[in-house]
Each structure stands twice: as structure tokens, then as C-alpha cells.
Design a protein around this ligand. Structure first.
Ligand SMILES: [Zn+2]
Length: 150
């Protein structure tokens, strides 16, 4: 009856949040590749700013993914040792593998705010949409021509 397990539902929500971020990261990697290539092709083009923006977004999304992974662990009754990364039961005071002492908060739910992170992702999507809209009309019409030919 996994479908009716509230924990399973929470975990799948976190998993979706991770998947969303993973696909955003893949999209940013693609865009960075294209921006870099455009710059390589034409020395007058400087896409450094656009590339850096996307690198920062990737870093932020990666951190969020790590947060969600910790939240999933928490739902499973586990926490990660800050020293060796081994998964320990939430109630352990010391890592069973390396003996590192867990701080008092380690058995509490990780702090990341799900909604806040979700809002950030929406902002990113809106920004990306705005940027896409700002692209030269020339490119857009080329694209629609290609689609018409298909
Ligand atoms: Zn450890």
C-alpha cells in the first residue's frame, strides 16, 4: 500500500523537486555550451555574463538537490555523517562508522523550506522565458521556418 503511505508521498514530492532541478541543470549546461560556442565562433561576441549567470544557477540548483536528498533521508529516519557521509539512524549521537559526534540538531528535519525553493525555481523559469523572448526575432523566425518544413 505504498501509494497511501504519507511518507512515500512526501518523498516522491522531494524526488520530483530533484528531477525538476536536474532537468534545469541539463538545460543550463546546453545553453552554456551554445553561448560558449557562439563566443568561440565570433570574437566580437561576449557571453561571459550569460554564462556566469547560468553557472551560478547550476550551483544553486545543485545545493538545493543536496538539501532535498537530506530531506528524503530524514523521512526515511536517516541522517548523513558530516565527516564520512555514512548514513546513520536519526537517533544516533555518534557516527557508527567513524565515531564523529552529531550535533544536537542533527536529528531534526533539515531546514530547507520546500516552498521557498519552489518559488525560486519558478522565478528561474520566468527569467529564462524573458530571456528567450528577448532573443533576436531573426532566430525565432528561423526556428518557425524549420518547424514548418517538418
Ligand atoms: Zn562518519
Amino acid at each position: 500500500m505504498a501509494l497511501f503511505d504519507p511518507k512515500a508521498k512526501i518523498i516522491s514530492g522531494y524526488q520530483r523537486a530533484i528531477d525538476d532541478r536536474s532537468s534545469s541543470i541539463r538545460k543550463y549546461y546546453d545553453e552554456i555550451g551554445k553561448l560558449y560556442y557562439d563566443q568561440y565562433k565570433d570574437m566580437n561576441v561576449d557571453n561571459t555574463k550569460d554564462i556566469n549567470t547560468r553557472c551560478e544557477a547550476i550551483t544553486r540548483l545543485s545545493n538545493e538537490i543536496e538539501d532535498y536528498k537530506l530531506k528524503i533521508l530524514f523521512e526515511k529516519g536517516l541522517k548523513k555523517c558530516p565527516n564520512c557521509g555514512t548514513e546513520n539512524s536519526l537517533e544516533y549521537g555518534f557516527c557508527f562508522k567513524c565515531g564523529t559526534k552529531f550535533d544536537e540538531d542533527s536529528s531534526k528535519e533539515p531546514k530547507t523550506d520546500f516552498e521557498e525553493a519552489e518559488a525560486k525555481l519558478e522565478e528561474d523559469k520566468e527569467e529564462a522565458a524573458e530571456e528567450a523572448a528577448e532573443e533576436p526575432a531573426e532566430e525565432a523566425s528561423e526556428e518557425s521556418e524549420e518547424k514548418a518544413e517538418e
